[in-house]
Ligand binder design. Structure first.
Ligand SMILES: [Zn+2]
Length: 200
C-alpha cells in the first residue's frame, strides 16, 4: 500500500503485512513526523482475492459464452440464406423460437403483367432474388383496387418455387373471374410472412 506523510507529503510504498492488523504509529524517514496508520482491513483483502478468483473462474466460461453468442448471432443473421440452402434446418430454427422470414430487401417483383378479358383477370410475374445466396421466396398479395379506391379483390398468391437461387427468379400466375373496370389498379406485393406458419 502507499502511505503519504501528512506533513512533508512524501509517498512511501510499504508492505501491507508490515503493518499490525489493528494499525500502528509510523514515523516518516524524511521529516520524522509520526502519525497513526490503520492497516487495510482483512475483509477488504479477502474480498479482493475472492473477486480475483471469481474473475479467474469466469474467464473460460465467458469465452465459451462469447463464442456461442457469436455463432448464434451469425446463425441468427444468416438463417434466411442458410435455411434456403438447407430447408431441413427451418424446424430447428423454429424450435429455437426463431421464425424464418423471407428477406424482402433482396426480393423484387419483376415483369408484372395483368390482362383482363371476358371477366377473367390474369396476373403473372416473377420474384427476383438480388442476393448472392439462395433466398426464400415470399408469398404475394394480389389486390385489385377500383378507381374510387374500392377493394375489388384481395388474394394471397403462392409463387411456383419456395426457394430462389442467387440472381434467379421464380414465377407466379393467377387467374380469377372478377367484375372490374379496365381502369382498376392491379397490385402485387411481397408479404413479409413468417415461414414458421407459412411453409407453402
Ligand atoms: Zn514526512
Amino acid at each position: 500500500m502507499l502511505l503519504t506523510c501528512p506533513q512533508c507529503k512524501t509517498v512511501f510504498r510499504i508492505d501491507n503485512t508490515a503493518l499490525a492488523p489493528e494499525g500502528q504509529q509510523v514515523r516518516c524517514s524524511v521529516c520524522a513526523h509520526i502519525w497513526g496508520v490503520s492497516a487495510p482491513s482483512a475483509s477488504f483483502q479477502a474480498e479482493r482475492s475472492d473477486l480475483n478468483d471469481i474473475l479467474r473462474k469466469l474467464r473460460l466460461p465467458a469465452a465459451i459464452l462469447l463464442l456461442v453468442m457469436f455463432i448464434s448471432g451469425a446463425l441468427f443473421s444468416f438463417r434466411g440464406p442458410l435455411t434456403a440452402h438447407f430447408p431441413s434446418l427451418i424446424s430447428s430454427f423454429n424450435g429455437m423460437g426463431l421464425a424464418i422470414e423471407p428477406d424482402l430487401q433482396v426480393l423484387e417483383i419483376r415483369n408484372l403483367q395483368a390482362s383482363y378479358q371476358g371477366k377473367l383477370l390474369r396476373v403473372r410475374g416473377q420474384i427476383y432474388n438480388a442476393d448472392s445466396f439462395t433466398a426464400h421466396a415470399a408469398p404475394l398479395q394480389l389486390r385489385v383496387i377500383a378507381e374510387d379506391k374500392t377493394l375489388l379483390a384481395s388474394e394471397r398468391l403462392t409463387p411456383d418455387h419456395k426457394f430462389i437461387p442467387a440472381g434467379g427468379v421464380t414465377e407466379f400466375f393467377v387467374q380469377k373471374e372478377i367484375n372490374m373496370d379496365t381502369n382498376a389498379e392491379v397490385r402485387v406485393d411481397l408479404l413479409p410472412e413468417s415461414l414458421l406458419l407459412e411453409l407453402f
